[in-house]
Design a protein around this ligand. Structure first.
Ligand SMILES: Nc1nc2c(c(=O)[nH]1)N[C@H]1C(S)=C(S)[C@@H](COP(=O)(O)OP(=O)(O)OC[C@H]3O[C@@H](n4cnc5c(=O)[nH]c(N)nc54)[C@H](O)[C@@H]3O)O[C@H]1N2
Ligand SMILES: Nc1nc2c(c(=O)[nH]1)N[C@H]1C(S)=C(S)[C@@H](COP(=O)(O)OP(=O)(O)OC[C@H]3O[C@@H](n4cnc5c(=O)[nH]c(N)nc54)[C@H](O)[C@@H]3O)O[C@H]1N2
Ligand SMILES: [Mo]
Length: 772
């Protein structure tokens, strides 16, 4: 290595790695030496830090400078279509602090929307979303967001059933217990290998391949209940049960019907550990609503032959069964239902609390789900509490902006949408994550000012008024790790900030100083002070467990510390099963609530007090399917994290004609005369996007799949998107009034050959700039 060459350890949501630099420039990466199956996604870093779409300097939308920036009214348009003007940092910071001051004085802190949902980057200190909440808390507060896009509906539902959300948020029964004891692993939505590359907070270990190899060797039987075969494409030889999207609950109810009819319900279990089974049985056999949930009934809804449903149910009887569902299942209208249904079925089979059996949600959805239970005790800066504590359910962002003063319901409560005058976002990309993006685009025109911190010119940055360039983790020091991984990582700054980028911490510190709240935000601490503090708190918590990590300097030098592996496998609800009195659940009854009086009392017909089938507004059995006969799944992209790294070679190489690939069954393609590799138009009443066609028999007929992540590129002022962003098509409604989660998977479309002129993709470069 030459004198100017260096290797610096660091971490991202897609894995730990060493950053290689030469002469101060990032030239390559090598995976963390202890990771058995590192993700190739880390290879995108060198091109991403210098990508064409980096934000180089603070930038302000021209139309904003000429209106709100001069004390004139906001005309209600211009975002996302006007050029930017670059300004010096001091001017930009004065503008942002002046605007915050004006808005909080004139309209109050509740008119500032600082929910700022999004993944930010790995690293505990420089976690943008935490920092923005700390900053806005320090200056008097804001309107925030609760729950998440990942499993928001489940987060609210499951505490009513189990007393908390551990079945979805973890720790769940680990793979060790599953491998040793499980016979039948049922995976609704599969356990997609692509998703295991990712861990929020980053991971040193990618163990999925090893778990799958072991499972195959032990002959554990896997059933992939999904519209996509690829959801279990690994060494396991899973049986593929094709199901119409959004109909899983009908299948689950029919499985329960067969189990009960065969006298195989574990009555001891449902009596001793659960409440409400009788109410559920009345519904199951049709006594309460006139419809028995038979295999024939479910077959008409799901498209699965009745005989196959019977055979499937019989296979589960008398076996050690793990019932699992991907988080995607609840990202749909009535997404609460299949989760409640699976909990009920697992209870009927008497599996809950048995090693390797029961129910849990999210195996395969993210790297650490099912890992040994490390409970890595690492936490970053705290947020500052404030009086304006209204937090809307995260996925109701467009409703919030479009309907100030209106009342909405959420998990048994009512709240009123405040009138938002200023949006502040750091570490998230609503023009990636939200549904019905043309509606969001309209909603985003409403406030007077939109401020965004971003390393890259994302669609959200392009729809902002003031964009401040943020550093990437490679350009700062940090400490990282995830509760689901055994490592705490020293994240060394590898290169100087690119362009004029600054850390979010420094930006917020300067703003807080300008607003007179500096000390509350930064406590006069430097980056190094905070890193030592984060590490000291980690050491303190580990020493209570009898493990004494090395001192900070030794840790920093080594690059990581590994904490001990747990001594035994983990089984969720094992203690409750052993002694339901001593380990009462935090539900009103202390037991598993197959019927919840609390939920019933909310009076939500779409989410009553127990697991039921409710028809979604869009599915292959609805009238709308006559006009839009294809169900569109928009799953997580294999070649990036959400919209992050869309400009990388890995992401671009996977595109078809520069656009996201739309997967379609050969039958559907033939019926429409569509050719592999051609540009198609995907459309419904909400909008349309262009995509590149991929014909594949790994997807069932009647379903198309357009993974998320293509950067939103509207063409003109209409409702046509150029790049293959599925969220111009998805539906923006809550899962139910209970969960109010995202309903991204509830979406019918039609696909046709695209006859118009094909414009090049421009959104992965710079926006337009003009002089002031
Ligand atoms: N149709 C459809 N839509 C979906 C989903 C779906 O299944 N289907 N899934 C949903 C799910 S589960 C999720 S979690 C969301 C994800 O949605 P998001 O989390 O909003 O998506 P990301 O692209 O990860 O956005 C993170 C942003 O933070 C920026 N960033 C990274 N590091 C820093 C930093 O240090 N400072 C600052 N200021 N910014 C930084 C990145 O550049 C990126 O733009 O999408 C949701 N949307
Ligand atoms: N590579 C990569 N990995 C990721 C992410 C990423 O962006 N890239 N994002 C991470 C994040 S934030 C999250 S929350 C997790 C999400 O984890 P998941 O929600 O598990 O991931 P998805 O890929 O959205 O969905 C998994 C599969 O569910 C199936 N599915 C969809 N709808 C239905 C349905 O109605 N019924 C049935 N039976 N199956 C259905 C689809 O075929 C899809 O492939 O992934 C994480 N992992
Ligand atoms: Mo997510």
């Amino acid at each position: 290595m030459s004198a100017a060459s260096r290797k610096s350890p660091t971490l991202s949501h897609w894995g730990a790695f060493d950053a290689h630099t030469e002469g101060g420039r990032l030239v390559g990466v090598s995976p963390f030496s202890e990771d058995p199956h590192p993700s190739k996604l880390i290879e995108a870093w060198p091109e991403m830090v210098y990508a064409d779409n980096r934000v180089a300097r603070p930038s302000v939308r021209k139309g904003w400078l000429e209106t709100v920036g001069r004390g004139l009214p906001h005309p209600g348009n211009g975002r996302g279509s006007e050029p930017f003007v670059e300004v010096p940092w001091d001017e930009a910071l004065d503008m942002v602090s002046g605007e915050l001051q004006r808005v909080r004085k004139t309209f109050g802190n509740a008119s500032i929307f600082g929910g700022s949902y999004g993944w930010s980057s790995a690293g505990r200190m420089h976690h943008a979303r935490t920092l923005i909440h700390r900053f806005l808390g320090a200056i008097g507060g804001c309107t925030g967001q609760v729950t998440n896009y990942s499993y928001g509906a489940a987060m609210r539902l499951l505490p009513h059933i189990f007393g908390d959300d551990a079945t979805v948020a973890g720790p769940v029964t680990d793979w060790g217990a599953i491998l040793e004891h499980c016979q039948e692993f049922v995976a609704f939505g599969g356990i997609a290998a692509k998703n295991w590359q990712i861990q929020s907070g980053g991971a040193g270990l990618h163990l999925f391949d090893d778990f799958m190899r072991d499972a195959a060797a032990r002959g554990i039987r896997f059933t992939n209940v999904s519209p996509l075969r690829s959801d279990t494409e690994t060494v396991i030889d899973a049986e593929w049960l094709q199901i119409r999207p959004g109909t899983d609950q009908a299948l689950i109810l029919a499985l329960a019907y067969v189990v009960h009819e065969r006298g195989a319900t574990d009555t001891d279990f449902v009596e001793r550990y659960c409440v409400g089974f009788d109410r559920f049985v009345d519904y199951l056999n049709g006594r309460s609503d006139g419809t028995a949930k038979t295999p024939d009934w479910a077959s008409r809804i799901t498209g699965i032959p009745a005989a196959r449903i019977v055979e499937f149910a019989q296979r589960l009887i008398g076996k050690r069964v793990m019932l699992s569902a991907a988080w995607s299942l609840q990202r749909a209208e009535h997404g609460e239902q299949p989760y409640w249904g699976l909990a009920t079925l697992a209870a009927m089979l008497g599996q809950i609390g048995l090693p390797g059996g029961g129910v849990a949600y999210g195996y395969g959805s993210m790297n650490g789900m099912g890992n040994p239970v490390y409970r890595m005790p690492i936490s970053g800066l705290s947020v500052i509490k404030h009086e304006n504590d209204l937090k809307i359910p995260v996925a109701r962002i467009a409703d919030l902006l479009l309907s100030p003063g209106e009342t909405a319901e959420f998990d048994g409560r009512r709240f009123v949408y405040p009138d938002i005058k200023l949006i502040y976002w750091a570490g998230g990309n609503p023009f990636h994550h939200h549904q019905d993006l043309f509606r969001l685009r309209e909603a985003f025109q409403r406030p007077e000012t939109v401020i965004v911190h971003e390393p890259w010119w994302t669609a959200t940055a392009r729809h902002a008024d003031i964009v401040l360039p943020a550093t990437t983790p490679l350009e700062r020091n940090d400490v990282g790790g995830s509760s689901r991984d055994p490592f705490i990582f020293a994240m060394h700054k590898a290169i100087e900030p690119v362009g004029e980028a600054r850390d979010d911490y420094r930006i917020f510190s300067d703003l807080a100083d300008r607003l007179g709240d500096g000390e509350a935000f930064h406590e006069n601490r430097s980056e190094e002070d905070w890193l030592r503090d984060i590490y000291a708190r980690f050491c303190e918590r580990m020493s209570v467990r009898g493990f004494n990590p090395p001192d900070f300097d030794a840790f920093w030098q080594a690059g990581h510390v590994r904490i001990p592996d747990p001594q035994k496998n983990y089984t969720l609800f094992e203690d409750f099963r052993e002694d339901p009195e001593a380990h009462r659940l935090a539900t009103p009854s202390g037991k598993i609530e197959l019927f919840s009086q609390t939920v019933a009392d909310f009076g939500y017909d779409e989410c009553p007090g127990m697991a039921v089938w409710r028809e979604p507004s869009e599915w292959l059995g609805s009238d709308l399917a006559n006009r839009f006969p294809l169900h569109m799944i928009s799953n997580q992209p294999q070649d990036k994290l959400h919209s992050q790294m869309d400009a990388s070679r890995q992401s671009r190489d996977n595109k078809v004609c520069e656009r996201a690939g739309l997967y379609m069954n050969p039958q559907d393609a033939a019926a429409r005369g569509l050719a592999e590799g051609s540009v198609v138009k995907v459309f419904n009443e909400r909008g349309a996007c262009l995509a590149g066609l991929r014909i594949s028999d790994a997807i069932m007929p009647g379903v198309v799949c357009l993974p998320t992540g293509a950067t939103f590129e509207p063409l003109g002022d209409g409702r046509l998107e150029n790049h293959g962003n599925p969220n111009v098509l998805t539906k923006d409604i809550g899962t139910s009034r209970l969960g109010q989660g995202s309903s991204a998977q509830t979406c019918l479309v039609e696909v046709e050959r695209y006859e118009g002129a094909i414009e090049p993709i421009r959104v992965l470069g710079q926006p337009e700039f003009v002089a002031a």
